[in-house]
Design a protein. Structure first.
Length: 285
C-alpha cells in the first residue's frame, strides 16, 4: 500500500477487498471471488451474458477479449464456441493473465493469452470476427487510439461490443463519480466520459453503424441486477415508504407496466457514471 492509503497494484487491492467481510457482495458482483471457474460459470449464466449472446446470434469464428482481467468473458466466449484470444496487460495470478491461463487449464478451454495494452494490439489487420471489451474504454489512456485498434483488427463485417462504459452528463460530474466509486479509492484508474465522446471516438475509428444500449434499457448495463431483481428492489423501496406492496406488485407487473416505468426513468437518469454499452459494426467494402 502506498503512503496515501491506496494500493500499488490492482492485485493488492483485490486481495484486501476479499479480506473484508462487509465487501463480500461487491466482490461477488465484480466476479473477484474464488474459485475462479465458479465465478466464470456464474458470469456465463448471467443476464448480462445472455443478452450479449443474443446480440451474437449467428456469429462465430475468432474473438478477441480486450482487457480480459480474470478471464470471465474469455471463458464465456469459449463456452459459446468462439476461438478466443484474451488480451490482458496485467500478469497477475489473481486478476490478470496468469489467472486466465489457470482458468483455461482448469476448464480445458483453448484460450490464448496475450499480455499487451488495448491501445497497441499485436495482431494483423482483420484478424478477428468479434471483439469484446467489457469496461475497457473508460480505462484507456488513449480512447481514440484504442477504438482505432479494435476497428483495425476486425474483419469486414465484424462486430465490436464495448460493454459497461461509465458516462457523465457534464465534465464537472467526473469528480463526484470518482468519489462515489467503490473501487476507485483503492487503486485509481477509473474514468468516465460524455456519451458523445465515446460515440465520436468509435465513429472516427471507422465503424459504419453504432448502436447505443442505454443504462435502463439493457441487461448488460443493469448487471448485477436483472430486470426481475431490479423490479423487486424498486417494489421493496416503495413499500418502505408506502405500505401498499400488493398495489406496487400490480402496477409494476412483469409486463408492460415495468417496461414503461424504465423507459420513463431513462429520460431523467443523470447519475454520474451510469453504464452504457455500444454495439459497433465494421462495414463490408
Amino acid at each position: 500500500m502506498s503512503g496515501d492509503g491506496t494500493f500499488t497494484t490492482w492485485e493488492e487491492a483485490v486481495v484486501w477487498l476479499r479480506s473484508q467481510p462487509d465487501q463480500a457482495q461487491l466482490v461477488r458482483d465484480a466476479f473477484y471471488d474464488d474459485p475462479l471457474i465458479a465465478a466464470a460459470e456464474r458470469y456465463f449464466h448471467s443476464s448480462e451474458w445472455q443478452e450479449v449472446t443474443a446480440l451474437l446470434a449467428g456469429r462465430s469464428g475468432s474473438a478477441l477479449d480486450v482487457g480480459a482481467g480474470r478471464g470471465i468473458a474469455s471463458y464465456a466466449l469459449a463456452r459459446s464456441g468462439f476461438e478466443v484470444t484474451a488480451l490482458e496487460p496485467d500478469g497477475s495470478a489473481i486478476v490478470g493473465a496468469a489467472a486466465i491461463r489457470d482458468l483455461a487449464a482448469n476448464a480445458q478451454l483453448p484460450i490464448r493469452v496475450v499480455e499487451e495494452f488495448s491501445e497497441r494490439l499485436p495482431f494483423a489487420d482483420g484478424t478477428f470476427d468479434f471483439v469484446f471489451a467489457r469496461a475497457v474504454l473508460h480505462h484507456t489512456r488513449d480512447l481514440d487510439g484504442a477504438c482505432r485498434e479494435m476497428f483495425r483488427v476486425l474483419r469486414p463485417g465484424g462486430m465490436l461490443i464495448a460493454a459497461r462504459e461509465h458516462v457523465i452528463s457534464r465534465e464537472e460530474d467526473l469528480n463526484r463519480f470518482l468519489e462515489q466509486h467503490p473501487l476507485h479509492r483503492l487503486y485509481g484508474g477509473e474514468r468516465a466520459y460524455l456519451l458523445k465522446r465515446y460515440y465520436a471516438a468509435l465513429q472516427r475509428a471507422g465503424f459504419s453503424r453504432i448502436e447505443i444500449l442505454t443504462p435502463l434499457g439493457s441487461a448488460i448495463n443493469l448487471f448485477p441486477h436483472s430486470r426481475e431483481s431490479l423490479r423487486a428492489a424498486i417494489i421493496d423501496r416503495l413499500s418502505r415508504y408506502i405500505p401498499r406492496r400488493a398495489l406496487f406488485e400490480f402496477l409494476l407487473g412483469r409486463g408492460r407496466g415495468f417496461d414503461y416505468l424504465l423507459s420513463l426513468a431513462g429520460y431523467f437518469d443523470n447519475r454520474p457514471g451510469r453504464l452504457y454499452s455500444f454495439v459497433c459494426h465494421k462495414g463490408v467494402p
